[in-house]
Design a protein around this ligand. Structure first.
Ligand code: PLP
Length: 386
């Protein structure tokens, strides 16, 4: 049986896969089973921050693997404490809970928000306002947080207490806040799966003001926007705000599964012994890898991310067949005159891997993609859009 046949037979059919078996890679170049090479502008959905099989990251991961791979949270370990310290130092958050995915990082954020509000304002203050077109994960609770009905269908009833406000509509947000007993407002600085749509500065300022005035927690879902993706270390840093809770995952581990929920001053002591946990959370191998990734996302790299972003936007926004370019940093959505699938297929046939968000072509290249490869890939993408 071919890989594709075996996958069809033995793997649950939850994914619409591209007709491609990836076998290996180095940096932003990937190879398929026939040895054909591709420039990768998708990084496994914003996960492989420094591309495939990055040498420094491999060294950090294998050094830890050679010591011990897992201890459980019954014992202290060094990599998770160092990673937590670095996350706090670089964000102003105060404590971290580690898990294994974006959905879990958001579950923790939601639990913390509900517990804080219940203790401070009363158990009836349990509503979490999220945004229409948001994406927060696939567990029953993070599906409830996700403001897109299409994902809810077939899985009702979901966790109660989520209300959806329209993104970038302050009046609607204020109305939803006034109609409910609200624990938190949760948002992605740039909606990723929803079509790579950044929130406006005005709207995020309005969230911050409402949050501050009414002791409502501000939760930034930075699962996709975090870890340098938007040209700042975390997406919220583009907006001059400090959330109470930041969840992140995808790019933090550089390719190994890790989720982190960062807790600010107000909520740093909400979680107490026994109130939350995760067997794999804070895994030393994942944390050693993440420590390497995070320590390399410095000002020089972030400036390069912004420079590459400007290059892509300037090339594509005036290109034939391109209707619009949205997003921030190296998280960009291209609205094309042709269908996105047609553009994606042309790119793949010509050695460039791009992905989709709603009806848009989505670009999430490695933060250190070499200029030459980026330029080649963008020229092919331009051809594809023509
Ligand atoms: C991908 C994503 C998630 C879910 O992350 P998983 O690791 O797949 O659970 C949650 N929120 C946002 C914004 C995401 O992009």
């Amino acid at each position: 049986m071919s890989v594709k046949q075996k996958d069809n037979e033995f793997i649950a059919a939850t994914y619409g896969r591209f007709p491609l078996v990836i076998t290996e890679g180095k940096g932003s170049l990937l190879k398929d089973e026939d040895g054909k090479e591709y420039i990768d502008l998708g990084t496994g959905i914003a996960v492989n921050t420094f591309g495939a099989a990055d040498g420094e990251w491999i060294n950090a991961v294998t050094a830890q693997l050679n010591k011990i791979q897992h201890t459980s949270n019954l014992y202290y370990t060094k990599p998770d404490t160092e990673l937590a310290e670095m996350l706090c130092t670089r964000t102003g958050m105060k404590k971290v809970f580690f898990s294994n995915s974006g959905a879990e990082a958001n579950e923790c954020a939601i639990k913390v928000a509900r517990k804080y509000a219940a203790e401070k304002k009363g158990a009836e203050y349990n509503t979490i306002i999220t945004l229409k077109n948001s994406f927060h994960g696939r567990t029953v609770t993070t599906l409830a947080a996700t403001g897109q009905e299409i994902f809810h269908k077939d899985f009702l009833p979901l966790t109660e207490g989520f209300v959806y406000a329209e993104a970038n509509n302050t009046a609607d947000l204020k109305q939803k806040v006034s109609e409910n007993k609200v624990a938190a407002i949760m948002f992605e600085p740039v909606q990723g799966e929803g079509g790579v749509m950044p929130l406006t500065k005005e709207f995020v300022s309005a969230i911050a003001e409402i949050a501050e005035n009414q002791d409502i927690l501000m939760i930034a879902d930075e699962v996709q926007t975090g870890n340098g993706r938007t040209g700042k270390l975390y997406g919220y840093m583009n907006y001059d705000i400090l959330p109470d809770i930041v969840s992140t995952a995808k790019g933090l581990g550089g390719g190994l599964p890790i989720g982190a929920t960062l807790l600010g001053e107000k909520v740093k002591d909400v979680l107490t012994a026994g109130s939350h946990g995760s067997t794999f959370g804070g895994n030393p191998v994942c944390c050693a890898g993440a420590l390497n990734i995070l320590s390399r996302i410095d000002d020089t790299l972030l400036a390069e991310v912004r420079e590459k972003s400007e290059y892509i936007v300037s090339e594509l926004s005036t290109a034939k067949g391109v209707k619009s370019v949205t997003g921030m940093g190296l998280m960009l959505g291209i609205e094309t005159e042709k269908g996105a699938n047609e553009v994606i297929d042309y790119c793949r046939e010509n050695g460039v891997l791009v992905i989709k968000a709603k009806t848009k072509v989505r670009l999430l290249p490695a933060l250190n993609i070499p200029w030459e490869q980026l330029k080649t890939a963008i020229q092919i993408l331009k051809e594809a859009c023509e």
